[in-house]
Unconditional design. Structure first.
Ligand code: GRF
Length: 195
């Protein structure tokens, strides 16, 4: 039987939270009957995403790194909140096998490069864009993928490309990538959730 209940989303984020904000706003759109952002979890007490949630009235929980290493409590918390999907939007801690086993094919990450290029441990934020520019790449992009036990290695759901200009800087590339993420991430998630 087709299940068309609105999917309940938990976002995990460690940084500024522009993608989290974008998804929260998208999920509040009157026409969005596909998913709803229920809550946000961060591991970083200085993360901008805390303010984002405060302004948008979304519950935001600050959890210690230890809670992700030994995640029984976290898993129970997510299950008790009937979370269907976990979205990583700039979340820097490793997702342990226990969490993956409890949410098979239900954890999705967005990465700011064309994986498998510029992925893996230590490849995040500006480090990715810096490496892309230093290697004189002609294109970069974003990858939206399922999370497995290795950083940035799960099955790819969607990739989108952009071209780099001759004068590209880390900052200009970051802006292009963010714009691409903001337009593509909600769309890709909706498609996935509809099935
Ligand atoms: C994004 O570029 C995302 O691809 C990566 O981390 C960044 C998070 O940015 N995983 P923001 O915190 O959503 O602004």
């Amino acid at each position: 039987m087709m299940e068309n209940r609105i999917k309940k989303i938990a976002i995990l984020a460690s940084g500024a939270g522009s993608n989290a904000k974008n998804l929260i706003l998208d999920s509040r759109n009157d026409f969005n009957t596909v998913y709803k952002v229920e809550l946000v979890i961060t591991n970083n007490k200085n993360a901008g995403v805390i303010n984002v949630c405060h302004h948008l009235g979304i519950p935001c929980f600050l959890w210690k790194k230890e809670s992700f290493v030994n995640p029984e409590f976290l898993i129970n918390f997510l299950k008790n909140n009937n979370i269907d999907y976990i979205i990583l939007a700039g979340f820097l801690l490793k997702i342990s096998n226990k969490i993956i086993e409890n949410f098979p094919n239900k954890i999705i990450n967005i990465h700011p490069s064309l994986l498998p290029k510029y992925g893996g441990s230590g490849m995040y934020g500006n480090k990715v864009h810096e490496a892309v520019i230093n290697n004189k790449e002609k294109e970069s992009g974003i990858s939206i993928h399922f999370v497995n036990e290795n950083y940035d290695e799960g099955e790819i759901i969607c990739q989108k490309k952009i071209e780099l200009s001759q004068e590209e800087t880390i900052d200009s590339l970051l802006k292009k990538i963010h714009a691409l993420e903001h337009s593509e991430f909600p769309h890709t998630l909706r498609q996935l959730f509809i099935g």
